[in-house]
Design a protein around this ligand. Sequence first.
Ligand code: AMP
Ligand code: ZN
Length: 473
Amino acid sequence: MKLYNSLSHEKEEFVPHTPGKVSMYTCGPTVYNFAHIGNLRTYIMEDVLDRYLRYSGYEVKRVMNITDVGHLTGDSDEGEDKMLSGAKREHKSVMEIAKFYTDAFFSDCKRLNIRRPDVVEPATACIGQFIKVIKKLMETGYAYEAGGNVYFDTSKLEQYYVFHNFEEEELRDGVREGVEKDENKRNKADFVLWFTKSKFDNQELKWNSPWGVGYPGWHIECSCISMKNLGEYLDIHCGGIDNAFPHHTNEIAQSEAYLGHKWCNYWVHVLHLNTGSGKMSKSKGEFLTLSRLAEKGYDPIAYRFFCLQSHYRRNLVFTYENLDNAVQAYDKLIARLAQLDPRDGEVNKEAAESLRAKFTEAMDNDINTSLAVTALYDVLKADVNDATKLWLAEDFDRVLCLDLIKKAEEKRSADAAQADPELCRKIEALIEERAAAKRDKNYARADEIRNEISALGAVLEDTKDGTKYKIVK
Ligand code: AMP
Ligand code: ZN
């Protein structure tokens, strides 16, 4: 499998540190507001990578942080804590805000079939770990105290701009417009590891530290949460492209200074979801949430499909017209799958393997989801029986997670119901009769009714919301 590595700017063969096992770290959300659909693009694409690694037979351990302290409104060390400004806006405590938006984030993830990482850790739960790492950086001369804060000294490194982002390198000589100059820093690129009350007096969450009461910088949390859960060697670190600098650059600086060796081998960055006027961003206030899309009648999984249709290393432009096109294509795909008869013969394993090879070839080529979707269309066009097609769709969907089989079954059932309302009434009456038989503990009769329903071509499913049925022929 080849992955594009931002460190080398090349597609590289993926070789994990320990054969068969993958350690993977994902920068999690800053929970001061809802995630926007741009953030969710990044999480969808990272989910696909995670799932494809598992599909390929790797044992994956994936860790994600929740930024509930320390991320400032400026993208380096300036401004107010985003969490604090969120809390002020909503007249709530920082922890209330964090809980509310963390839950909202995972609820969005669930609706998008994004698997919850194996470990999810909020920054506020790891303060001791941050202090331990900063202490060592102080002892080894990589960090210094100035004006009440602790800074990382970037001049101590042989190479700081690891992603070769020369545009950002110009920052060494000039401070960007709108960014306040911090007189405490020895070098312009230095960044804060620990703030003390000397800088932000009104910070709600503060902890004791050897450098005074304060709170951690943003970057230190990801290094520490990763090292704590995944050890000294990390295989894959991912995030949106805006995180490459300064966030990931600083993570590498402090982690490698702390460890004394290379830390992470592969850096995977997802490009942005843009609107007509540029990057979708929370701070610009111009952002769209998944709930807003759902209110407008869009199925969250259709948004997942929209994202998978393009490669993660290309910017994706969001317009309703583009999304509508994706919805149409998704509905058509489901309709075609619904027309397939699951009982049409045996799965032809040999034909399936050769069709599957197209899918794995696409995914092995730097997670090319757009070609993987094409491989799915190729299956539908292929000269194989329906059972083989459905088997392949189900197999690919372990990675794509587009609910292909479930939605196709629902559509098949709805189509059948529309075509034969009399049959539906019959089945529904039998379901009622079965429920009554069960209430009377007449299980023999209940089983008999299940068989009668089956003979009518439907299968029953007992759910917490009552008995549902699917028409299968
Ligand atoms: P945040 O909650 O701001 O820390 O961002 C969460 C994730 O979303 C990070 O990995 C960001 O790099 C990513 N991200 C932010 N804006 C966008 C965007 N417009 N498109 C795609 N990913 C984004
Ligand atoms: Zn991070």
